[in-house]
Design a protein around this ligand. Structure first.
Ligand SMILES: Nc1ncnc2c1ncn2[C@@H]1O[C@H](COP(=O)(O)OP(=O)(O)OP(=O)(O)O)[C@@H](O)[C@H]1O
Ligand SMILES: Nc1nc2c(ncn2[C@@H]2O[C@H](COP(=O)(O)O)[C@@H](O)[C@H]2O)c(=O)[nH]1
Length: 207
């Protein structure tokens, strides 16, 4: 089996991690904390998107912010392992975003929606699949509104996508673990406990 031209044996680095779950469930909050606590262990796979940057977001760090034309050109050229339409915008994971992280022997973290999960399952990336879920739709809506990043239209689209995500994530075998992000500390501890073995591998390799 080959992934991006490398055989699995040649790619003996740590297993990637896919973080998914509804928009507003707390994925970025948890992964930023993880990357801060374990500096030099994780590398973020920087996705491409056609949405506009939010205040404080940096091109090339949070996302590669691109036009639809640019993104479609890359997809047509086979540069993406997966891509999806979400809340009126295109999102996708380029092959090079993963290769850049894996070349450094870091645990590659992908933050993707449920369509991304379904499409990554068709590849041989072999990640650990983690779903971050909100305690309820009501709390999710409150968190999204308080974040003040969405228009009413975008918010409604995200809530609709969240309903589908919450249903699909209940299906057995889709995720290795589903973490309910109610209390942030508890959710973070659970996330760390799932990743402890991979973290150890990277830390041991550095010794
Ligand atoms: N356990 C929690 N309790 C209360 N608020 C939280 C909790 N976790 C995250 N939040 C807040 O909820 C909002 C949404 O979190 P975050 O942006 O991390 O979600 P996300 O899943 O990354 O969303 P998106 O997919 O849209 O990027 C943020 O304002 C964050 O500070
Ligand atoms: N399928 C993919 N989904 C992605 C990717 N990058 C992010 N996402 C998901 O999009 C929504 C919205 O993100 P936001 O930053 O606009 O709030 C969220 O669920 C992300 O997980 C990707 O490359 N592929």
């Amino acid at each position: 089996m080959h992934l991006f031209g490398f055989s699995r044996r040649e790619m003996s680095g740590p297993r990637p991690v896919v973080l998914s779950g509804p928009s507003g469930a707390g994925k970025s909050t948890l992964l930023k904390r993880l990357m801060k606590e374990y500096e030099g262990v994780f590398g973020f796979s920087v996705s491409h998107t056609t949405r506009n940057p939010r205040p404080g977001e940096e091109d090339g760090k949070d996302y590669h912010f691109v036009t639809r034309e640019n993104m479609q050109e890359g997809i047509d050229k086979g540069e993406f392992i997966e891509n999806a339409e979400f809340s009126g915008n295109m999102y996708g994971t380029s092959k090079s975003s993963i290769e850049d992280v894996q070349a450094q022997n870091l645990i590659c973290i992908l933050d993707v929606d449920i369509q991304g999960v379904q499409n990554i399952k068709k590849t041989d990336l072999n990640p650990i699949y983690i779903s971050i879920q909100p305690p309820s739709m009501e709390i999710l809506e409150k968190r999204l509104r308080e974040r003040q990043t969405e228009t009413e239209d975008s918010l409604q689209k995200r809530l609709e996508a969240a309903r589908i995500d919450m249903e699909l994530s209940k299906e057995p075998g889709v995720f290795d673990i589903v973490i309910i992000n109610d209390d942030l500390e508890g959710a973070y501890e659970k996330l760390k406990s799932v990743l402890v073995e991979e973290i150890q591998k990277v830390q041991d390799a550095k010794k």
